[in-house]
Design a protein around this ligand. Structure first.
Ligand SMILES: Nc1ncnc2c1ncn2[C@@H]1O[C@H](COP(=O)(O)OP(=O)(O)OP(=O)(O)O)[C@@H](O)[C@H]1O
Ligand SMILES: [Mg+2]
Length: 255
C-alpha cells in the first residue's frame, strides 16, 4: 500500500537564536497525524517561521526534538519541502525547467524528468503555460509553479510559510482549495503557517494558535469539517468564531 503521509511530533521544543538572547519559543508540543493539514496561526514575531525551519531540518532546536515517523529531524531531506511567501523562481528559465530543476540536480535522465514534470504541471493546472517564461505569469501562476517544483520531488511533507499572503483574494481562495485537494489526493502532510484564521479554517484538519514572547501554543483544535468548505457555512463560522475568540484573548494578555 502507498504511504499516506507522516506522523509529526514536536516534543518539548525550545529555541533561542543566541546563547544569551531572547527565547523564541518555549516547550512547544504538537502532533500532526499522517496526511493531515496542520495550520499554525499567530501574530508576527511569535516564532512560526522559526518552528517551520526547525521542522524542515534547516535550523537546530535549542532543546527538545521533532520526530517524523519516529526518526528525529536533524537535517534537511528531500522528503520534506518548504514553500515561501515569494515563489523564488529562476526568471531565465521556462515553467517546465523551473519545475524540473530539483530532478536535474538529482541527476535524473531527461526522459524521466519530462514525464514527471508534465504530470506535476497538470496537477497544478498549468498545462497551458508549461513552455511560458515565468516572468510572463501572474503572481498566482508563479506560486503554482513553485508548488509544482515542490511536488515534483514527491515529498511526504510540505511546509508552507504564508504562501498566499501576497495574492489577491480570488487567487488566494483558488490556491487554498487546490493545495488542500492536491495534498489530500497525494496523501502528503501540509504544515501551513498563516496570519489568517480564515485560511486556517478553510484549509486545516488541525489548527494551533501560537502567541506570546517566548511563543507558546495557546490553543489546539481539530477542525472536523467536510471537504467542501464555504466561508458562509454555520459550522465553518463556529470554528472561526472560536479561534478568533482565543486569538483575541491571547493577544489581549500579550498587550
Ligand atoms: N536569524 C535571526 N536571528 C535572531 N533573531 C531572529 C532571527 N530570525 C528571527 N528572529 C527573531 O525571532 C523571533 C521569531 O521570529 P519568526 O520569524 O520565527 O516569527 P514569525 O512568527 O514567523 O513572524 P512573522 O509572522 O512576522 O513572519 C522574532 O522576535 C525575530 O525577531
Ligand atoms: Mg514568519
Amino acid at each position: 500500500m502507498t504511504k499516506r503521509g507522516v506522523h509529526i511530533a514536536v516534543n518539548n521544543l525550545s529555541h533561542r537564536y543566541a546563547a544569551r538572547g531572547p527565547v523564541t519559543f518555549d516547550q512547544v508540543n504538537l502532533v500532526s497525524l499522517p496526511g493531515e493539514v496542520l495550520a499554525i496561526i499567530g501574530r508576527s514575531g511569535c516564532g512560526k517561521s522559526t518552528l517551520l525551519h526547525i521542522m524542515a531540518g534547516l535550523l537546530p532546536p535549542t532543546a527538545g526534538e521533532i520526530t517524523i515517523d519516529d526518526s528525529q529531524v536533524k537535517e534537511p531531506s528531500p522528503k520534506w519541502v518548504m514553500m515561501f511567501q515569494a515563489p523564488h523562481l529562476f526568471p531565465w528559465m521556462k515553467v517546465s525547467q523551473n519545475v524540473g530543476i530539483g530532478l536535474k540536480f538529482a541527476n535524473w535522465s531527461e526522459d524521466r524528468i519530462k514525464e514527471r514534470v508534465e504530470k506535476t504541471i497538470k496537477l497544478v493546472d498549468l498545462e497551458e503555460h508549461a513552455e511560458s517564461n515565468v516572468q510572463d505569469l501572474s503572481g498566482g501562476q508563479q506560486q503554482r509553479v513553485a508548488l509544482a517544483r515542490s511536488l515534483v520531488m514527491e515529498p511526504e511533507m510540505l511546509l508552507l510559510d504564508e504562501p498566499f499572503s501576497a495574492l489577491d483574494a480570488f487567487t488566494r481562495a483558488a490556491l487554498q482549495k487546490d493545495v488542500r485537494l492536491i495534498a489530500k489526493d497525494l496523501g502528503i502532510n501540509l504544515v501551513i503557517v498563516t496570519h489568517s484564521i480564515d485560511e486556517a479554517v478553510l484549509m486545516a484538519d488541525r489548527a494551533v494558535i501560537m502567541a506570546g514572547s517566548p511563543g507558546q501554543i495557546e490553543e489546539e483544535i481539530v477542525v472536523s469539517l467536510p471537504e467542501e468548505r464555504n466561508a458562509q457555512d454555520p459550522e465553518v463560522q463556529k470554528i472561526r468564531g472560536h479561534l478568533m475568540e482565543t486569538f483575541r484573548r491571547v493577544s489581549t494578555v500579550e498587550n
